[in-house]
Design a protein around this ligand. Structure first.
Ligand SMILES: NC(=O)c1ccc[n+]([C@@H]2O[C@H](COP(=O)([O-])OP(=O)(O)OC[C@H]3O[C@@H](n4cnc5c(N)ncnc54)[C@H](O)[C@@H]3O)[C@@H](O)[C@H]2O)c1
Length: 352
């Protein structure tokens, strides 16, 4: 029996979490997956309930989970609060040791018109950005003086090795290509990064490795994104490149993410926020949450078939023209998910 901790959070969070748990139940029945869902307060909901965005009980459940689903947190009512919902997320990442952040990007024909890039460039793009999350310049020493400032970028060989290994493992289940991104013509950390990438590549003879400088990678992402399979990079570069990548599909509503630790539970969540402007109206796009559930099946429970079932059902529903308002349609959140469930139950998808 697997324990899945559900952190619905704030804004549209509870709406999309509820719908994703419906899909989880249907898929679980099909593959005889035994699980229990434990819902816990988190973010603004944690502040409202017990005065803290990461309540002790929530942390306890998260630590003993097999996987964690998070919808979204935050809202304008907390902007001036002494503790903010986002502090809960930072604390949770730290407590769980989540060092690898994965953001898959794919651009489907049905949504190509939403992309800021021309369809011939972007349709078919399908890659993952693997970002190192716990080291580098964000966590180095920061000094701010009147006339000078300094930020230290530190990486150990072990920190680099574990994230690069993660990228190679992911590439093995995909098109077997890793693009390691650095700035080795200037930075010492990047010289070490490149050396370790070469070493790790020896452990994965079935996966090819290429190196790109971060400035060049930023350009190629806009001119030829189809050439990427798995991109792996350090914290700062990954922050920027993953945000650049996230505009390619043209909507925040269709992008999931995963964060992994060395041995503990992984966290799966949409990349968007709590969308307070549309909360409570049943119009939020549930796709990024559903694709987060798909990632959970693939990466925490080794069920590729379940992941595909959800991904293909979402694609099929969108191809039928059933779209939420952010994608130019008029379907409600519930209607969209009803259609996804119909596709799954009628086995129109997932047989290939
Ligand atoms: N990981 C997280 O939970 C996370 C991430 C980013 C922002 N936030 C928080 O979310 C709150 C709102 O932030 P924001 O407005 O800058 O970003 P946001 O991602 O919540 O919303 C940006 C825009 O995209 C739309 N949108 C987002 N997700 C959507 C979906 N699933 N379906 C349809 N439309 C969607 C929103 O309506 C809004 O117009 C803030 O409190 C912020 O701190 C949380």
């Amino acid at each position: 029996m697997k324990k899945i901790v559900a952190l619905a959070g704030d804004g549209i969070g509870p709406e999309i979490m509820k719908q994703s748990l419906r899909v989880l139940e249907v898929v679980a029945q099909q593959i005889n997956f035994e699980y229990q869902v434990v819902s816990a307060a988190f973010g603004g909901a944690g502040i409202d309930e017990v005065g803290h965005p990461l309540p002790e009980e929530t942390l306890r459940h998260a630590k003993s989970a097999d996987a964690i689903l998070l919808a979204a947190i935050g809202g304008p009512q907390y902007d001036t609060a002494p503790v903010r919902p986002e502090q809960g997320l930072l604390a949770l990442r730290k407590e769980l040791g989540l060092f690898a952040n994965l953001r898959p990007i794919s651009v489907k024909p049905a949504l190509a018109h939403l992309s800021p890039l021309k369809p011939e460039i972007v349709v078919g793009a399908d890659f993952i950005v693997v970002r190192e999350l716990t080291g580098g310049i964000y966590f180095g020493e920061h000094t701010l003086n009147e006339d000078s400032a300094r930020d230290v970028n530190d990486y150990t060989a072990e920190e680099i090795r574990r994230i690069i290994r993660k990228a190679f493992e992911i590439a093995q289940g995909r098109r077997k290509k890793v693009t390691s991104v650095d700035k080795q013509n200037v930075l010492s950390t990047s010289k070490l990064w490149r050396r370790i990438a070469e070493e790790v590549a020896q452990e994965f003879p079935d996966v090819s490795l290429e190196h790109q400088l971060v400035d060049s990678c930023a350009m190629v992402m806009l001119t030829n994104p189809k050439q990427f399979d798995v991109i792996v990079t350090e914290n700062l570069f990954g922050d920027i490149l993953s945000d650049e990548a996230s505009v390619l599909p043209g909507s925040l509503g269709v992008m999931p993410s995963a964060s992994h630790s060395a041995n503990g539970p992984s966290l799966y969540e949409p990349i968007h926020g709590s969308a307070p402007d549309i909360a409570g109206q049943n119009i939020a796009n549930p796709v990024s949450m559903l694709l987060s559930v798909a990632m959970m099946f693939r990466q925490s429970f080794a069920s590729e078939a379940s992941a595909r079932l959800i991904e293909e059902a979402c694609d099929a529903v969108m191809n039928d023209g059933v779209l939420t308002t952010d994608l130019g349609g008029s379907a409600t959140t519930t209607e969209f998910v009803d259609n996804v469930i119909w596709k799954i139950e009628n086995s129109e998808v997932g047989n290939g």
